[in-house]
Ligand binder design. Sequence first.
Ligand SMILES: Cc1cc2nc3c(=O)[nH]c(=O)nc-3n(C[C@H](O)[C@H](O)[C@H](O)COP(=O)(O)OP(=O)(O)OC[C@H]3O[C@@H](n4cnc5c(N)ncnc54)[C@H](O)[C@@H]3O)c2cc1C
Length: 492
Amino acid sequence: MKIAVIGAGVGGMASACRLARRGVRVEIYEKNGRVGGRLSNFQKDNFRVDTGPTLLLMPHVLRRFFSDIGRNAEDYLKLAKLEPVYRIYFEDGSQIAPSTKTMEMIEEIGRIERNGEAGYSRWLADYRRYYEIAMREFIMKNFDSPLDMLTPRGIISLLSGGALRDLYSKTGDYFSDPRVRIAFSLQSVYIGAAPTRLPAVYGLIPYVEFTEGVWYPKGGLYSIAEALEKLCLELGVRINCGKAVQRIIVKDGSASGLLLSDGTVVEADAVISNADLPYTYLHLISEANRPHFPDSKVRALKKSCSALMFYWGIEGKVGLPHHSFFLPDEYLKTFEDIFDRRVMPQKPGIYVANPCAHDPSLAPAGKSVLYVLVPVPNTASAISWKDEAPKVRKAVLERLSSHGISDLEKRIVMEKVFTPEDWKASFNVEDGATFGLSPSLFQSAGFRPPNKDRRIRNLYFVGASTHPGGGIPIVLMSAELLERRLAKDYGI
Ligand SMILES: Cc1cc2nc3c(=O)[nH]c(=O)nc-3n(C[C@H](O)[C@H](O)[C@H](O)COP(=O)(O)OP(=O)(O)OC[C@H]3O[C@@H](n4cnc5c(N)ncnc54)[C@H](O)[C@@H]3O)c2cc1C
């Protein structure tokens, strides 16, 4: 059996490895000159800069992927846990640095919130339960229809716990200080959503951070893409970089291969698209072949926000931890600007990674790398990033300066700016929605577009915009679910 995969992102490479291990001939066609997709980096002036993911969560999912294909993750990657998890800087000068050490975490919350210890214990107990239910009933499960979610145990447990309310309001069950509540809900931005609009069950993200920790692979997150590429080659997967796919060939209601932009036709028994799902439907499959999913329906899917990025090489060291968040007083309102008004928030939320805090190998001696991510509207807005990016850069530098990092601008010796338009052009993510389809209630689990087209035979999906969603570990799970699906469909 031969399978053609569109895209060498985490999802494309991980599913290719899993299928090759089962004896399937797998060929990947990647438009860019290198693998990794949004898990990417660049090297300039001896700085090695991760450009997408910076936090590795749930390392056991990565380890399970390696062991499933007969390998040991430690032979490919050197993973280290970061402690504290990160530091959150509020505009009023207060800070919270969450920790996986329970006593330190309680102390940290207790500095701000009087009854923090009791609230934290209840939060841990509730989310331990949601974690088990969500993994079993909603995440590690293939859905063919939303009705498949109606297992009484799962739905009742989640509804009775209020896990389908919005994440920010749910934090009020445990904590009263808005800063603590934000520390337990800001993680919605990892999947491009507002804490006030994300189902509370996504509090599983801070739950895994505060219990299992945030991890870092030596050499940067791109080491994971390099490890996946190595595995693909070891398992006989052919990766064709610089080969853009123009069309998925559909004959008599069945995907039978790919038409590449250079005119080459690739025949295959099945096609997997790792390219962003809305993009795949809109641009790679003619509308005539998908009456069940016309353009109007695809365009109606809700998208995540985007990210404006500044990557800096800095002279000297920077007095910041590995991961920091700088949040404005009106943090929750920034999401109304991003999603409703589609304008740039006046005072944006800012995430900064200073990876040289743990890994000086990323920069020349005596220098540092800084990675700045600002959540912004996607390209469905009318924003001109050429005009807006310099203003946001100034706001970032002013905010850092207000926390004592005041001499940064004159120490920038290397700079690259990446806008929502760049995300769209570089990785074909529809509307430059960096994090893929929004994880709203009606686009999660059985409501999310599944990993198998409902009508076109032999057409499958893997990656952030299909089930279960975005983020490295979740996309690895998406590859595992796809493997199960194909094993069943083809008896491989
Ligand atoms: C700024 C940013 C920060 C993030 N931070 C984190 C983090 O800290 N931790 C975390 O776990 N996750 C993070 N994520 C999310 C994570 O990067 C993604 O969920 C994951 O990498 C998506 O992988 P994927 O395989 O679904 O898709 P992609 O990485 O998008 O891969 C799809 C591939 O398909 C290729 N392609 C598209 N169209 C075509 C075509 N026509 N022909 C051929 N090839 C094509 C693309 O070039 C791409 O290589 C972050 C993402 C971003 C953007």
